[in-house]
Design a protein around this ligand. Structure first.
Ligand code: ATP
Ligand code: MG
Length: 368
């Protein structure tokens, strides 16, 4: 529980509004318009934020994170691009990334988290005078002779990620503590001490090792080893998937007016007629009279007066055949059996992404 549930819920709604509006705006620009390109950049960053929160909150939760074999160079590049746009001008990033490194067993968010945390620390260490961050990506065969510097690693082929800075360095007596959770030398509002422990956790969970070398006043190097997997690389899925449209009448219930407004806009673009409610009690009153006037219900989970589960129950009492889609936030994660238990037919994670929403609805009303 890094983020309190309530904070996560609000954060989620805010992110939903940002992402949803971006998505609609992108759609309004002609292709290859510079405005569209900029908005897509913002969208990419927003989606990362979404994944990141999800991952932070699922950290304590045993889930089978889909570990793919992943070529990490493009992910490293994307993370660096994001870093560059947030760093002050006196901090320079240089990278030397070998094109031929093999895939490792990881996912995009993990690599992203590693880079962002290491680079942010590096930038903090150079905040006063500026300096350089150097990123290296290479691959090496490590044999028995290398064993003493390998920690617990077994001989084999490794992808090595190096992040160096020319910052203030770490005193030798502190080196052994930097990976501890909550160990921080920063002011309370500047750091929680969770960054490196997160990175450490990720590297270890991937069967890797992390090493650090530092010299006070000269700089610091983090060196991360990831075992290579010999399976074929999996290409990152292109975003240009078909967004299915359809026809039908949808009731949308969410206590946040900005979200129903956004949802209605999305649904209208997809071809559906929408009726929105911000009060679940009102929604149910309307439904009692108009139960046959809709083809699908989308409801938020956490609302005042009535929860999405309760709304679903009442709706199913009147029309058991009506598909209900539940929107859940990060902190309200429900797996498939939980969804069956509540009686919902599908659920979508907030923030709503047009493509996910379109596919879910299409399955429920058009393909059914
Ligand atoms: N590149 C670096 N140069 C100098 N010191 C570092 C560097 N990276 C980490 N440290 C030291 O290790 C400590 C722990 O780092 P960690 O990333 O875990 O926490 P934090 O940066 O203090 O807070 P958070 O990452 O949660 O915002 C830092 O407070 C800092 O003292
Ligand atoms: Mg940090």
């Amino acid at each position: 529980g890094t983020l309190a549930g309530g904070v996560a819920h609000d954060f989620n709604n805010i992110l939903a509004i940002i992402l949803g509006n971006l998505e609609l705006a992108i759609d309004d620009f002609p292709r290859d318009h510079q405005g569209q390109i900029n908005l897509e950049e913002a969208m990419t960053a927003g989606l990362r934020a979404k994944d990141l929160i999800r991952q932070l909150l699922s950290f304590s939760r045993p889930t089978d994170q889909s570990r793919q074999s992943l070529v990490i160079k493009p992910i490293v590049e994307e993370s660096l691009k994001l870093m560059r746009s947030t760093l002050p001008a006196n901090i320079e990033i240089q990278s030397k990334l070998d094109d031929r490194v093999h895939p490792i067993r990881s996912d995009v968010t993990q690599i992203h988290q590693v880079i962002i945390n290491l680079c942010t620390n590096a930038a903090h260490a150079m905040a006063e005078n500026g300096g350089q961050i150097q990123i290296g990506l290479l691959e090496k065969d490590l044999d028995k002779n290398d064993l003493e510097k390998l920690g617990k690693l077994v001989p084999g082929r490794y992808v090595i990620l190096e992040v160096s800075d020319t910052g203030h360095g770490i005193a030798p007596e502190h080196l052994s503590r930097i990976f501890d959770p909550y160990y921080s030398t920063k002011e309370v509002d500047k750091g929680t001490g969770m960054g490196l422990s997160l990175v450490y956790g990720i590297v270890k969970s991937l069967g890797g090792e992390i090493f650090v070398e530092s010299q006070p006043k000269v700089g610091t190097t983090f060196r991360l080893y990831f075992p290579v997997v010999d399976t074929e690389p999996v290409e990152e899925k292109e975003e240009i998937e078909e967004i299915p449209k359809g026809r039908g009448r949808i009731m949308l219930v969410d206590d946040e007016p900005a979200l129903t407004k956004l949802g209605a806009q999305m649904l209208t673009r997809l071809g559906y007629e929408t009726r929105t409610f911000n009060d679940p009690v009102e929604a149910l009153q309307w439904f009692e009279v108009h139960a046959d006037a809709i083809d699908l219900v989308i409801t938020d989970m956490t609302m005042p007066h009535l929860s999405g589960a309760q709304v679903t129950e009442r709706i199913k009492q009147q029309r058991a055949d009506l598909p209900v889609v539940l929107c859940t936030g990060f902190n309200e994660y429900i797996d498939e059996s939980g969804a069956n238990h509540i009686g919902v037919d599908a659920f979508v994670m907030k923030p709503l992404i047009l493509k996910d929403l379109a596919q879910t609805i299409h399955k429920m009303i058009v393909e059914a």
